[in-house]
Design a protein around this ligand. Structure first.
Ligand code: SAM
Length: 237
C-alpha cells in the first residue's frame, strides 16, 4: 500500500479500494504514510477479481492480505487465475504469536472450507466477533523485548466485554471491515496449505515457507503450481 515491494518494476496493483479510499481509511494511522500509498490499477470490489484483470503475471505478491480475506479458498483460486503458466504466488502473513491476535484461536482448513461454502464476501459476524473479543494491545516488540510482566498485563487487557463485542460485531459486519478474518501461525499455515492441496480446492502447492525472523511478526510463503513443485512429474507421462 505505502511501501511497494518492487516500486521500480513493471507492476500492477489490485485492491478492494482505490488510492483515495485507502488514504481516507488509513490516513490517520501513524504507521502509514498516506502520501506514499500507490495508485491502484485494479479497484475490484468483488471476490472473483480475476474477471476484471485481463493480464497474467509471473509473480503475484500479497503482503498482509490473505488474513483480511473472508474466503481465502476463493481468493487463492482467483490468484491462480491471474498467474501466468508457471507463475508463483508470494505471501507475507502475520504469525499470531507476535501480534494482537496472540490469544485468538487459529483458523483451520475446516474454517476456510466453511467460509468458502458460505461464499463470504467480507468478514462475517463470527469473524468480526472473534477479532474484537480476542484482540490484545500487543505488538511484536512486546514479545521480543523481554518484559514478561508488561506482556502479561497487556495480554489480560481486553477491549470489550462479551455483550459489547457482540453489539459491535453486529454493526461492523454489515459492511467491509479491515479486521483479520483468519489467523495463522507459521506452522498452522503450513498444515492448512497441505490440507488445501490435498482437498484439490486450490491449484497451489507449497514451494517454500520461512520462519519468523527475530524481532519480526511475519512469515513468508512461496506457492507454486503443481508442475513446478514436483519437477519430477514434468514429462513423466
Ligand atoms: C494490511 S493491508 C496490506 C497492504 C499492503 N500489501 C502492505 O503490505 O502495506 C491489506 C490490504 O488488502 C486489501 N484487501 C483486503 N481484502 C481484499 C480483497 N478481498 N480483495 C482485494 N484487496 C483486499 C485491503 O484493502 C488493504 O489495502
Amino acid at each position: 500500500m505505502d511501501a511497494p515491494t518492487f516500486p521500480e518494476r513493471d507492476v500492477r496493483y489490485l485492491d478492494w479500494f482505490s488510492r483515495e479510499e485507502l488514504v481516507e481509511l488509513h490516513g490517520h494511522n501513524e504507521r502509514r504514510r498516506p502520501e506514499s500509498i500507490v495508485d491502484v490499477d485494479y479497484v475490484v470490489k468483488r471476490t472473483d477479481f480475476s474477471a476484471e484483470v485481463p493480464e497474467r503475471f509471473d509473480l503475484v505478491v500479497a503482503n498482509h492480505v490473505l488474513e483480511h480475506v473472508a474466503d481465502p479458498i476463493t481468493w487463492l483460486q482467483q490468484a491462480a487465475a491471474v498467474a501466468a503458466e508457471g507463475g508463483v504466488l508470494f505471501l507475507s502473513l502475520p504469525d499470531r504469536r507476535f501480534t494482537f491476535d496472540y490469544i485468538r484461536p487459529e483458523s483451520t482448513f475446516v474454517d476456510l472450507l466453511r467460509a468458502h461454502e458460505q461464499r463470504l464476501e467480507r468478514a462475517d459476524f463470527h469473524q468480526v466477533l472473534s477479532a474484537l473479543l480476542y484482540h490484545r494491545p500487543v505488538r511484536a516488540p512486546d514479545f521480543w523485548d523481554g518484559h514478561p510482566e508488561e506482556l502479561e498485563k497487556k495480554l489480560s487487557n481486553r477491549r470489550f466485554s462479551v455483550p459489547e463485542a457482540i453489539e459491535r460485531a453486529k454493526s461492523i459486519s454489515r459492511r467491509y471491515s479491515g479486521v483479520h478474518c483468519h489467523v495463522f501461525t507459521r506452522d498452522s499455515f503450513e498444515r492448512t496449505i497441505a490440507e488445501l492441496e490435498e482437498s484439490r480446492l486450490v491449484p497451489w502447492r507449497l514451494g517454500e515457507i520461512d520462519e519468523v525472523a527475530d524481532g519480526n511478526n511475519e512469515f513468508h510463503v512461496l506457492l507454486r503450481t503443481p508442475d513446478q513443485a514436483s519437477p519430477g512429474a514434468v514429462g513423466k507421462a
